[in-house]
Design a protein around this ligand. Sequence first.
Ligand code: AGP
Length: 603
Amino acid sequence: MCGIVGIIGHEFKVAELIEGLKKLEYRGYDSAGIAATNGSQLIVTKSVGRVDSLKNVIEEEKVVKSGIAHTRWATHGAPNDTNAHPHTDCSGKIAVVHNGIIENYQELKTELIKRGHKFKSETDTEVISHLIEENFKGNLFQAVLDTLKILKGAFAIAVIHSDIPNVMVGARKGSPLVVGCNDKYCVLASDVTPIIKYTRDVIFLEDGDVVYIEGNKIKITDFSGNTLIRKHTHITWDESAAEKGGFKHFMLKEIHEIPEAIESALVGRIDSNYTPSLHELDEFNLERVKRILLVACGTSYHAGLVFKYFAEKYLDVDVLIDVASEFRYRPIKITEDTITIAISQSGETADTLESVRAVKKAGGKVIAISNVVGSTITRESDVTLYMNAGPEIGVAASKTYVNQLVLLYLLGLYIIKKRDLWNQEYSEIVKQIVESPKTLKGIISNKEIEDVADNYKNYHHFMYIGRGINTATALEGALKLKEISYINAVGYPAGELKHGPIALLDPKFPVFAFAPKDSLYEKMRSNIEETRARNARIVAVATQGDEEIKKIAHDVIYVPEAHEDLYPLIFAPVIQLFAYYIADKRGYDPDKPRNLAKSVTVE
Ligand code: AGP
């Protein structure tokens, strides 16, 4: 997820584009750049780091006629001045900014290089500027239309040409794009935050829309150039609300971004036979792995725990998982058939980083799973599976946890495929993962979760219980509630209660129980009855159609039926929303919980 903005219509200072970028910085902040034209030449300035670094190297007072700008969240190519956007063509006259992922960029790039194009960056985006150059015969709009036809993936783009300063072209497929005009200017942007200063009447472009802007007039068409009519929306939000997309907090916004985040995680990773293709792992011969070391902290550790259950169920491997703060001080045994997986959304967590270094020192190979391109853990690991969840502002992990689960399921399925163990059941699991954006969208819009949370906002203790693969869900649910509502929440394997924890239970100590219709359902039911016998109030998360559970739980949150090993994915937004609403109703700011940091870079 990156932020793009373009301004055109009347002369303006470059400072306007900088200001627009600042408002989009929450969408990505590892590098930024601007391309602007005054009608004779294209001025391109780019810088690694936040928008302020760009501000320090650009002439803000310079007056231009049109310009596009970008703040980046890298997916292809580490954050540096060359990979920063905008990207230009060989003539240096065409500039493009892009938010999204071009899936078929490699084959397009190979073809363009054969035709003599010179590429400067490692990005997927640069193919767009060279393709437009290929198609340009004096009409920028037509050149963009011809280019759009061959692009695969998700994109929102803005394009200018230095010789045509009164024209800008934008297009969207999968990534958001908004346009708004007043009597002097038109502004094109990833969201309304940079636009509401100019006008509060905007058009949210839809997938497949192209916007042709000439001066302060716009025309909207489809990818074939057929004119489309789009209605205006009047924006009432203030800027901070706009940054949150109208949501009260970033955490709630990021939970609602889960479907889109999963889509981005799946881009280019499921082939036409519905099997996982993780080409970046092909050289690691994972089919021969017998021992997997998993190292992570906090929520990432819980995602790893889900992988342990999944991999040990379907693969003849030993998965040894440990919290990084312990792992780094224990003797590390690396054998021929050992691979290490380090999970870290930030890619900077000190304990996980030192664990990676310890494994490397012991001669081991490390696969990183991370959300931040160019982060230290990704640079020091042998290969990285990027989560592509986009920046997560809320300290409590939400969409990144979901994308970690999706990648870890794909990793397990990838090894199954490499071992020729594939069968219909795995195709069904992949199918349900591919459909999960829709499934989770339905769960996220389930208002019942807030109503149930309202019943529990005044408790000071909470116990989360689950069995099998949902033991990890119980631990994660407890962590989510702990870290943003400051309730003393504990998570346990349900079968462990009678060995001590059940002593805690009484009417003031409610229980959150994961009771999907899976092979451990009956066991889970009896554990719930045990807790009920201690007068604990019970919330059960259960599979739609399970009427029996209502007899033993005080509140029930239903989710659609799923493959039994995918319930951690299905339950993720439930535990996140439940914790979010309780924290919000207790008057806390879930985005900035006390005593916590988004990335723990100290030991
Ligand atoms: C989760 O909500 C917390 N922010 C925290 O437990 C986090 O998961 C942990 O610090 C690990 O962070 P990482 O994934 O960036 O390494």
